[in-house]
Structures are given as C-alpha cells and as structure tokens.
Design a protein around this ligand. Structure first.
Ligand code: MRU
Length: 346
C-alpha cells in the first residue's frame, strides 16, 4: 500500500504520484491547471480505472479553482471538464468521476470539492471490501481452506496482469488488493506479474507494490503467461477491469484475453476484481466498448530511442475485451457475478 495516496487534493491542487518515475523514484506532481492533468492522464503519470475516476472527480474541482483565478465563465469550465472526460476513452470510471462531480457545479465550489473528496474516500473503502470478498472467492474457487490452516494443499499461485494495485486506485488496489488479502491470510504461495506494455506497468508498478507487500513474486514477459498456465504453474488468474459491459464482457489491459483463453483451456478460474463503478449498464457488450489506440512510438521506440527500423509502423491498442463466457467470476465490493455460468452483471 502506498505511503501517500496515489491521487489526492491539497489546497486547490491535484497531487499525484508520478507513475512514470517509479520504481526508481517515488515523486509527486502538483497540478494546478486542467491541461496539465489531461497531459498527466494521457502519458500515464496517473492511470488505472479507479485512479482515473478520482482524477475525473478532482478535475472538476480543479477547473472551478482555475476558472476563479482566470475569470472563466461556465462555458469555459464545462469545456475544461470535458477535455478531461475525453482524455482516455476506455475506463468508464473517468467519465463517471467527471459526471458525478460536474452535477454539483450549480451548488458552488464547496459542494464540488466535497463531492470530489467523497469519490476518493469511497474508493478506498470500496476496495477494502472488494479485497476481502475477492480473497474469499479465490480460496473457494481454488478449493482451499479459508482459515489458512489447510497447509497440505499449499498456498495459491496467482497470475495478474498490468497494475491493478494501490497505484491504479486511491490507496487500496482491486486485483492486487485481493492478492494482498490472500497474502495477509497466509495463503499466498506466489504471484506471477506480467510485465505489461506499453510502459511496463507490471514490471515497474506491480512489482514495486508486491515487493512492499513482502510477497513472493516473479515478473514474466506478457507472452509467457498462457504457457505458465498451460504447464499447471498457476491456480487462478486475477485481473482488474477498465469497463465491464452489461453482458459481462470485460475490457482490460491488452494481453488480458490470452490469459483468459489459457485459463479456460486449463480449467482454472479467471477472476475479474473491480468496483461496481466499473460496471457500465449503458454498454450492452464488448463490441460497444471503445478501445484506446495509443501512439506508434510506444512500440517502435524504447526509452526515447528508436528500436524498430525507420518507417516501421505499429498498432498499439491499449486494451482488449475478454468475452463473458471466459470470465469465471466478477467480484465487486457488493457481490460475485459468474458470467461464464450465464449471469449478467447488469
Ligand atoms: O493503461 P492503464 O495502465 O491505465 O491500464 C490499466 C488497466 O488495464 C488496469 O488493469 C485497470 O485499469 C484496472 S486498475 C484497478
């Protein structure tokens, strides 16, 4: 768990942990202008669906403050808020956070800031509940003793993708929160963490969190995950989500879908841990989820240096969609839904 919140509000500024600097440096950025927040979101300095929800919520408070300083009218505030809403399209939490707080704009700055603060506080409480429910579910699905006394079967070997930890939220993670709860119960044998493109969110961020947790973990290249699963080295896959459609299709970081295919083939649970705020009843199925396309340069260059031949082009979708029939369970702070068994989250 991060010592400071991943994202917070401090006296008129949005303060974020700069996720592009970890693990080498734990530094924060203090943002006082809406354009800088949009930029931070686009370059993944703040990322992960619930953290984006918090960013969206705080963006409205930030726009009100900046507007007061710079003499904006209501139209200017609305335009600024909309630029944040559109900064990344796939995580429904971003638009949700913006819309929830923007609905308070007519009630004045204090009401706006209070609503934004509530979004952040609720996120932490929600994910704490989600983590415990998720840990219960995993031990049940993997046939382990929930008391942790059943040592004969050994601890759980979990596989996760991207970073769905405290860094992707406010101060408690979703999928990695579940992993943490399993670990706290003494039931975690090992976590495999995919490195994750484009910015090695797994290698840099998930590994950093697992290290602080004191968990036994191994970082693996994204392409290795399905094969580890096929060889029987994993008991369950647990990932987060950016948007869950009404039918149970799940959008998450590119590379999630191959894990679900491998899990189904091997007959191990594929579990999605996400708050209710990631379930989008307005999106009927995965085909209606907009998948963010990111720039070529994230694939053809590395650390500012071109690695592909001059003129090489890339395709760089940030997310994929796992169809509902491959999703053993979706666990939220309130419930467990089993899409592969025909249950729908909305
Ligand atoms: O591009 P990112 O790093 O924002 O993608 C993040 C993910 O895909 C996470 O798994 C998802 O947002 C859930 S975070 C709790």
């Amino acid at each position: 768990v991060a010592a400071v919140r991943t994202i917070d509000w401090d006296d008129g500024a949005v303060v974020i942990i700069d996720q592009t600097a970890l693990p080498q440096e734990l530094r924060t950025l203090r943002l006082t202008e809406v354009d800088d927040l949009v930029d931070a979101i686009r370059r993944l300095a703040v990322r992960g669906a619930p953290a984006l929800g918090a960013a969206g919520a705080l963006a409205v408070a930030l726009a009100v403050r900046q507007g007061a300083r710079e003499g904006w009218n209501r139209g200017d505030v609305d335009k600024a808020v909309d630029s944040v809403r559109r900064a990344r399209p796939t995580a429904v939490n971003l638009a949700r956070g913006v819309d929830r707080v923007a609905a308070r704009l007519d009630d004045g700055p204090a009401a706006v800031e209070a609503e934004a603060a509530a979004v952040l506080d609720e996120d932490a409480a929600t994910n704490r509940a989600l983590a415990e429910r998720g840990a219960d579910l995993l031990v049940e699905l993997c046939g382990r003793d929930t008391t942790g006394s059943d040592t004969e079967e050994g601890g759980l070997r979990l596989h996760t993708h991207c970073n769905a930890g405290a860094l992707a939220c406010v101060d408690v993670g979703t999928a990695l929160g579940v992993v943490g709860a399993v670990h706290d119960r003494g039931l975690l044998a090992r976590v495999y963490a995919d490195e994750t493109r484009p910015l090695l969110q797994g290698t840099r961020l998930t590994a950093w969190e697992l290290d602080r947790m004191g968990a036994d973990y191994r970082v693996v290249v994204d392409g290795a995950g399905p094969s580890l699963i096929a060889r029987g080295q994993v008991d369950a896959v647990v990932v987060g989500a950016d948007r869950i459609a009404a039918n149970g299709d799940v959008a998450n970081k590119i590379g999630t879908y191959p894990l679900a295919l491998a899990a189904a083939r091997r007959g191990i649970p594929f579990v999605v841990a996400a708050p209710e705020s990631t379930v989008d009843p307005a999106t009927p199925d995965g085909e209606h989820i907009e998948i963010e396309d990111r720039p070529d340069v994230e694939v053809v260059a590395w650390a500012g240096r071109r690695v592909a031949p001059e003129g090489a082009r890339a395709v760089n979708p940030a997310f994929d969609v796992t169809p509902a029939d491959l999703v053993t369970a979706i666990v939220t702070e309130r419930r467990v839904v089993r899409p592969a068994a025909g249950e729908r989250p909305a």
